[in-house]
Design a protein around this ligand. Sequence first.
Ligand code: ZN
Length: 264
Amino acid sequence: MSISLKQLCNIVNEMAPCHLAEEWDNVGLLVGRTEKEVKVVLCALDFSAEVLEQAKKNHADIVITHHPVIFRGIRRLTDGDWRNALLMDAVRNDIAVYSAHTNLDSAVGGVNDVLAGLLELENVEGLNGSEDSVEGIGRIGLLKEPVAFETFVKNVKRVLKLEHVTAVPAGRPVRKVAVCGGSGMDFLDNAVQAGADTYITGDVKYHEAQEALGKNINLIDGTHQATELPVVNEIADRLALRLSREGHSTKVLVAKETLLLQTV
Ligand SMILES: [Zn+2]
């Protein structure tokens, strides 16, 4: 028994509720026919040309991505723009696209919980300072015991599957770690205020690195992509389990995505 697109969207919405998305965001079902039957799901971080190729090759009915396939308003739909050309290709092939973005950052079991889990953080709390809920972008937790910054960096590279990371050592051992997958330098002060000695995020700019050093917090840029990729497997696993438990024969696949920014 397969599942309708509408039913599948409801399940994904339970895993990453759309109401948790930031108000500027664009999440949920962005392309597709709601009554379509779903036999194959492909999970990915981005709706890129390589992901669309894999969707076509595997006869995927829907691609679930983290980054929204439609973000800013579309004023014309032609192949003059590479993103729109991908959208048109998806529609031609009857491939739906669902995106769970900041709602997946915030959700329990989302981007940041997966990161905290990989780093074996304990007593994990939300980074937004809210007492009543762990939900919100970013997490903070404790390592079982303090480790040297160099040791911790090695572990970060291992779990993120990176050969290199960019880091700003502030000269402190690592015990209380804040994480924000993707582009999280806006939350540096939250990490400092929450008492973190180390902050891991992506997309760190030079002057932001200076801020971190000035505020005496170790900073690790694990890259936007590598800090978010781990959640894709997690979502695929949970979705596959849920679908099989409910008696659906729908297959759930994970896309192979190339690291965009490479150290060469
Ligand atoms: Zn992102």
